[in-house]
Design a protein around this ligand. Structure first.
Ligand code: NAD
Length: 477
């Protein structure tokens, strides 16, 4: 018996959770349930995170959490519980299978069967944002090597375990050479360790277009957080089954499983909600805890009910569906089919007694890191880059002004008058003699800036790592 934590959530949450738990019990899942309270009630009791201490303890102790959707109350001040949980519990991998169930559920893509593996902790979702000038705000995009290695390895291990032949990486490394470039580089490094699995890398824009148009060409997709957020909703929607998809959030120690939809408050308490999304999440959970036999039984019984046209209102279609049922009755139909195999839909067969092989991240030896200069960001309301250059070039130490950019485009030397400039300027200072910059050269520069009344808003050091530039060139440089 494995103990897991469950939360019935808000809106349709309690109904779909009851249906799911009934099916799990009828299928003889070797699970004990421990219920916690999270969501709306907790928020409204004055806890802005939506989760209390005891609930955290239960999840951290049991390490496996099946969660129904919750309602985040309207108005400011309430933190997203999902983002909090993913990060606090280190749930770095978000796995969302998006499959069509043609001809029983309408879709334009009958052959679609894609699994999206989204990095869940970093990228622009670090939420580090600042206003720096009147005109410019920034959001930091953080991509780490451990983050990339963990998610990419997860994708290849997942592909191997679930007998998928190909893993595709979606990035924008032609523009973001450092951040997306690192993700893509790690993807290629790890792909080489899996010669049995085909690997290809796509630029996110054309990749998303192809996913929406010909999803059949993809099997497993691995991608950073923001792209993953967008493409996983596209994929779920075009599979025709946004209400049917489940997802897993996996960490090194804990895992959380949930439907991808929300709490659907307008249909709550009416016995009309489709419990399939949460049931799919529960099937992923059973696989995760090594109860593949139960997972198969439930998935096959679910497929039988769908094949027989026993459909809830959200997927009911005249001519295809045979019987319109409510949440409870759908659960009854799944239970009635336990032990049977579908005729047309794929029979579920999950590898037993095997786990994903996910070694702990090993930090590499530190590289040789050499300071080569600094980017000094300045708030300046004048419009002519030549004037700014004249002022800023007065600052000097062993590093000298080599370039000014505005929103990344080089505007000095030899800028174009056509380039639109904001009040946010980057002044790049670099060593000219090929040697490392002196330790004190940046503070020296900044002290001079203070004297010259130059409004420095931030600096970024320019390093070489093992002789390779760790910073991008200016656009047009
Ligand atoms: P929603 O997913 O709840 O509903 C979108 C539409 O899909 C609605 O028309 C709804 O009736 C329908 N729908 C959703 N699930 C269904 C099901 N199982 N069966 C039949 N129809 C279903 O999205 P929303 O309306 O944008 O959000 C409602 C609330 O849910 C909000 O408070 C939001 O913050 C929350 N939410 C929670 C989660 C989560 O807990 N993981 C995720 C998304 C939204």
């Amino acid at each position: 018996m494995q103990k897991i934590t469950i939360a019935k959530g808000d809106g349709i949450g309690p109904e779909i959770m009851d249906a799911t738990l009934r099916i799990l019990k009828a299928a003889n899942a070797r699970i004990e349930f421990e219920e916690i309270e999270i969501g709306e009630k907790v928020y409204l009791s004055g806890n802005t995170s939506g989760i209390g201490k005891e609930a955290w303890e239960s999840i951290r102790h049991n390490k496996v959490f099946l969660k129904a959707p919750i309602t985040t109350p309207q108005g400011g001040g309430y933190k997203s519980l999902n983002v909090t949980m993913r990060k606090a519990l280190g749930l770095y991998a978000n796995i969302r299978p998006c499959k069509s169930y043609h001809p029983f559920i309408a879709t334009k893509h009958p052959g679609m069967d894609v699994v999206i593996i989204r990095e869940n902790e970093e990228d622009l979702y670090a939420g580090i944002e600042h206003q720096q000038t009147d005109e410019v705000v920034q959001c930091l995009k953080l991509i780490s090597r451990p983050g990339c290695e963990k998610i990419v390895r997860y994708a290849f291990e997942y592909a191997r375990l679930y007998k998928r032949k190909k893993v595709s990486c979606f990035v924008k490394d032609n523009i973001m050479k450092q951040t997306d470039g690192l993700f893509q580089k790690v993807f290629m490094e790890i792909a080489a360790e899996y010669p049995d699995i085909e690997a290809d890398s796509w630029i996110i824009d054309i990749a998303a277009a192809r996913l929406a148009d010909t999803p059949e060409i993809f099997e497993v997709i691995v991608t950073p957080n923001l792209y993953g957020d967008v493409v996983s909703d596209i994929a779920a929607q075009i599979s025709g089954s946004v209400g049917l998809a489940g997802s897993a959030n996996i960490g090194e120690l804990c895992a959380m499983f949930e439907a991808i939809h929300g709490s659907a408050p307008t249909i709550a308490g009416q016995n009309v909600a489709n419990p399939s999304g949460l049931l799919k999440a529960a099937i992923m959970m059973l696989n995760h805890i090594g109860q593949q036999d139960v997972a198969e039984r439930i998935k096959n019984a679910w497929s039988c009910a769908i094949e027989e046209g026993i459909h809830t209102a959200d997927i009911y279609k005249e001519g295809v569906s045979k019987q319109l049922v409510g949440t409870k009755e759908f659960a009854d139909a799944v239970i009635a089919h336990l032990g049977q195999l579908p005729q047309q839909l794929k029979v579920a067969e999950y590898e037993k007694g095997v786990q994903l092989n996910l070694p702990k991240y090993k930090r590499r030896l530190a590289s040789s890191k050499v300071l080569k200069g600094v980017d000094v960001f300045v708030d300046w309301k004048g419009g002519d880059a030549n004037q700014l250059a004249e002022q800023v070039a007065k600052l000097n130490s062993d590093i000298r002004l080599t370039m000014i950019t505005n929103r990344g485009v080089k505007v000095w030397p030899n800028g174009f008058e056509e380039t639109f400039c904001t009040d946010h300027w980057r002044c790049r200072f670099e060593v000219s003699n090929g040697k490392p910059a002196e330790k004190g050269s940046i503070p020296q520069l900044l002290a001079q800036a203070l004297n010259e009344e130059i409004d420095v808003i931030k600096t970024e050091n320019l390093y070489e790592f093992d002789g390779v530039k760790g910073y991008s060139l200016g656009q047009g440089q």
